[in-house]
Ligand binder design. Structure first.
Ligand code: HEC
Ligand code: HEC
Ligand code: HEC
Ligand code: HEC
Ligand code: HEC
Length: 216
């Protein structure tokens, strides 16, 4: 039978096949890297806010306790957001006429909440509970970073399922004494943890990694 393709055409054909294969693999790798990268999770990105509120000023310089504004963080699922009234407890006296605070004053007068934009919202199918963490010694700083140094509030962790699970498999290295959960820049001391807590969490990690703990 006569040859259908010249040897050169066959070689070209093989090269093309190999290149297509390599392209598919590279696209897959790039998609994977992109899906895993911080930018996909909006880490480090701030959101537009009605008022240019600054944690670095209020928590950092003025040292106002987190609970003054996020008052339900130790007892509920939601940390809670400050009402206009909470801001006005000071801003009826300082920066009284400032135009940047106009949305706060009008919310206060109308008795309506200020509409902050969240940078931390999880999808509805994932369940999170602040108090469950705070009361067991997981600190704000561990999940939210150095909020006291942020001029604009940003996410410092992905909050992906893998991130949650990473801690739930072995929370012990991330636990602090209860009185240090609001501390920023905390340095851990192994001796601060009671000895039998590791054993306790070896048991608990099975419950903490089961699907219906976070998907209920
Ligand atoms: C415990 C008192 C206190 C509370 C509560 C408080 N602030 Fe302030 N805030 C201050 C002080 C004091 C300053 C001025 C600091 C300065 O002039 O250096 C300030 C400054 C500001 C500024 C101007 C910042 C700048 O320099 O650009 C804004 C905006 C502001 N606060 C928003 C808010 C909002 C919104 C709330 C409520 C969520 C709030 N503050 C709650 C004490 C408070
Ligand atoms: C004076 C009031 C005030 C204090 C004190 C305060 N916050 Fe906030 N916090 C706010 C306001 C207002 C917002 C919404 C605007 C923004 O995101 O910057 C906010 C937003 C946040 C968010 C992002 C919420 C979201 O939906 O994405 C986190 C996380 C947070 N605060 C943590 C803290 C921590 C940790 C502390 C203590 C170190 C603290 N805050 C102290 C007023 C306060
Ligand atoms: C174990 C990790 C973790 C810890 C510890 C933690 N947070 Fe959060 N925080 C989250 C997650 C996840 C969300 C998003 C929750 C959602 O969308 O359901 C969030 C949301 C928030 C919000 C947004 C609004 C709301 O009402 O929930 C604020 C404010 C906040 N956290 C403040 C704090 C403060 C203050 C502390 C320390 C006392 C703290 N968080 C400790 C993980 C954590
Ligand atoms: C840094 C460690 C850490 C991270 C990160 C973390 N958790 Fe937890 N989580 C804990 C600890 C510790 C407990 C308390 C376990 C206990 O009951 O002793 C807990 C408890 C919980 C509980 C309550 C479980 C129960 O049955 O009482 C839920 C729900 C939960 N976590 C969801 C999440 C979700 C969702 C995320 C990610 C968005 C997350 N956690 C991230 C450490 C962490
Ligand atoms: C510690 C909490 C936690 C546990 C345990 C957990 N998940 Fe998730 N899961 C999450 C969070 C948080 C998200 C949302 C991440 C995001 O923002 O997209 C999520 C997302 C998902 C998604 C959506 C796709 C994705 O990957 O983002 C699926 C599917 C899922 N989980 C299945 C499971 C299954 C199956 C199990 C049990 C083997 C499980 N999860 C256990 C916290 C958890």
């Amino acid at each position: 039978m006569a040859q259908l393709f010249t040897p050169a055409a066959t070689t070209l054909f093989r090269v093309v096949i190999v290149l297509i294969g390599a392209g598919i693999v590279a696209a897959g790798v790039m998609a994977y890297v992109w899906a895993r990268s911080d930018s996909t999770w909006n880490v480090g990105k701030s959101a537009p806010q009605p008022v240019p509120f600054r944690h670095d000023l209020h928590s950092g310089s003025l040292r106002i306790d987190c609970r003054y504004c996020h008052s339900t963080v130790e007892r509920a699922a939601d940390a809670g957001m400050p009402s206009a009234q909470t801001c006005m407890s000071c801003h009826s006296q300082v920066w009284v006429g400032a135009s940047v605070l106009e949305p706060v004053r009008s919310s206060f007068t109308l008795g309506q909440p200020i509409e902050w934009t969240s940078v931390h919202r999880l999808p509805d199918y994932a369940y999170f509970h602040h108090a469950a963490h705070i009361t067991k010694g997981v600190a704000c700083e561990t999940c939210h970073g150095r909020v006291d140094q942020m001029p604009k509030t940003v996410k410092t962790q992905t909050l992906s399922m893998g991130w949650c699970l990473n801690c739930h498999r072995d929370p012990v290295p991330n636990l602090r004494p209860r009185e240090a959960v609001f501390t920023m820049g905390y340095e851990a001391h192994g001796k601060d943890l009671p000895g039998d807590i590791r054993e306790l969490y070896r048991e608990a990690s099975r419950r903490l990694t089961s699907c219906n703990t976070c998907h209920r």
